[in-house]
Design a protein around this ligand. Structure first.
Ligand SMILES: Cc1cc2nc3c(=O)[nH]c(=O)nc-3n(C[C@H](O)[C@H](O)[C@H](O)COP(=O)(O)OP(=O)(O)OC[C@H]3O[C@@H](n4cnc5c(N)ncnc54)[C@H](O)[C@@H]3O)c2cc1C
Length: 489
């Protein structure tokens, strides 16, 4: 590609090489299509090339490089800008949620029965395994003991669609100590195919459908470039995909006109329905004996910060199913994030509050207005779930197995004011280009953008409602599923 003169043409263009984008790309290439994969961040090649930065490989701690730096108010909304997307810097917790989650979408092609084989394949491709008791670090071993003493059902079943509440060691997509991202899991298998062209460090600005082609305008090395395809798949994630649509004139006409963007498709819900699992924590100071154990464990080798997780049912759960995740986090010496403290993070897994994303400018480099509206629901559902969850977290920390090793609490999250002051997110934003059967849903049940002819979405933005799960595996599942729709499966 050089400037605007020479324009490549592909069967498919995939915009965004993240968790879902790598899966959709692999599916299309394997089906024999010529695909251009466009990614804003760098591509470090196959895992076996040995060029990936250490912090992206180290599954022991979240990586804080390669970030888009999205923010609003006191919140940072981490999103990775690198091949593999957020799967390349995330916590590697592997969960699929409960079967009710996908059935509740009530969309043809997305029932749990239809998704089960896809999710099984994702679990296999992402090389999911469960930590063993032997691997549990000193803090997490004590958390298991404390949970058992409290009477929790013990079980490691984050990838079991039928499991309800319980406490156990986490399932993770970690190989050795390596974060097994979706680029390793999916893209590496097709990297050598002549059908695949990877264009990295290229910012997708906007799309334009003209007759029989779709054009994608990129910014790369300070230049504007164009790629053309028969079809486009937007996999730029929960913030990136609605941003590209809005810059392209697909969105709420009032908003677009306020930015002088010509309206291509009036679609009022682009950027709406933004939600995540709101999260707060209970914390304690680390006592000297525990600190000594942690230092010894760190010297001995790989000590992940997160290894255990509890699922609990709050008093406001209508269906008797778990609506809380509680997961202890303990700093290791590789990061000073929680230095001297332990947390039990508490997340509401069935949030009702909804927020919005709106671009502020036609300039792709400009920061969007992101309003997550955490705990904003009128009935106070999300807050009530978190109040219950914080009480359960404090019970766990106060259990003798743990309290003997811990000091005082440092953050007040036992009250409504305390929760509101400290509420954050679980890194799981979804829903901004949701599928639905209604005429005003952004996408139809095959992920196709309503009002466009050649553009399909495949990423977490498609989820009408967040599952009771960490969202990486469900996002990869969406990539596989949309690929199968596109190749006619
Ligand atoms: C810090 C952190 C920890 C997390 N921990 C976990 C966990 O432990 N377990 C779990 O299940 N989930 C976790 N998640 C969430 C999970 O990783 C995401 O839900 C999932 O990766 C979303 O996948 P996606 O394909 O929708 O988007 P992404 O993976 O974000 O992919 C989007 C891709 O598009 C690219 N892109 C965006 N805009 C453009 C543009 N304009 N032009 C070109 N390219 C663009 C991005 O660079 C990115 O590569 C975590 C997330 C974060 C940030």
């Amino acid at each position: 590609m050089a400037g605007e003169e020479h324009v490549e043409h592909y069967d498919f263009i995939v915009a965004g090489g993240g968790s879902a984008g790598c899966a959709v790309t692999a599916g299309l290439v394997q089906a024999g299509y010529r695909v251009a994969l466009i990614e804003a961040g760098p591509d470090y090649g196959a895992h076996t090339d040995g060029k990936w930065p250490a912090e992206l490989l180290n599954a022991g701690a979240l990586a804080d490089t390669h970030d888009w730096d999205y923010k609003a108010g006191r919140w940072l909304f981490q999103r990775a800008r690198v091949m593999g997307g957020c799967s390349s810097h995330n916590g590697c917790i592997a969960a699929v949620g409960h079967r009710r989650d996908y059935d509740d979408w009530q969309l043809p092609g997305w029932s749990t029965r239809e998704l089960e084989p896809v999710l099984s394949n994702v679990v296999k491709a992402m090389r999911v395994r469960t930590y063993t008791t032997d691997e549990a670090g000193p803090f997490h071993a004590k958390c298991l003991d404390a949970a058992e003493s409290l009477g929790w059902r013990m079980g490691s079943d984050l990838c079991n669609l039928d499991a309800n509440d319980g406490f156990g060691l986490e399932a993770v997509n970690v190989v050795g100590s390596t974060r097994w991202n979706s680029a390793f899991a999916y893209l590496d298998a097709v990297r050598s195919s002549p059908l695949l062209t990877i264009i990295d460090r290229a910012m997708v600005d906007r799309l334009n459908e003209t007759g029989s082609v779709v054009e994608l305008h990129l910014q790369r090395d300070g230049q504007t470039q164009t790629v053309r395809g028969d079809q486009l798949v937007l996999s730029a994630g929960v913030y990136g995909t609605p941003e590209i649509l809005q810059r392209s004139g697909v969105g709420d006409p009032v908003h677009l006109q306020s930015l002088d963007i010509p309206v291509q498709v009036p679609s009022i819900n682009v950027g709406n329905n933004l939600h995540d699992h709101p999260m707060v924590h209970a914390d304690r100071r680390v006592g000297p004996e525990l600190q000594q154990w942690l230092d010894e464990a760190a010297r001995a080798g790989f000590v992940p910060e997160e290894q255990t997780l509890g699922k609990a049912v709050s008093s406001v759960a209508q269906d008797g199913l778990f609506d809380l995740h509680l997961f202890p986090v303990c700093a290791n010496t590789q990061t000073s994030l929680l230095h001297g403290r332990v947390h039990v993070e508490v997340a509401c897994m069935t949030p009702v509050s909804r927020g919005t994303l709106r671009i502020n400018s036609r300039d792709p480099a400009a920061m969007s207005a992101i309003d997550h509206n955490y705990l904003g629901d009128d009935a106070g559902h999300d807050l009530a779930v978190l109040m219950d969850g914080v009480a359960i977290a404090n019970d766990l920390l106060d259990q003798s197995e743990l309290s003997a090793l811990l000091g005082e609490s440092l953050t007040d999250t036992r009250t409504e004011a305390g929760i509101r002051a400290h509420v954050a997110h679980y890194y799981h934003p979804v829903g901004t280009c949701a599928m639905g059967l209604a005429a005003d849903a952004v996408c139809d049940a095959r992920g196709r953008v309503r009002g466009l002819q050649r553009t399909t979405v495949a990423d977490a933005s498609l989820m009408p409602q967040i599952p009771r799960a960490n969202t990486n595996l469900p996002s990869v599942m969406i990539g596989e599923r949309i690929a199968s729709f596109l190749v006619g499966g």
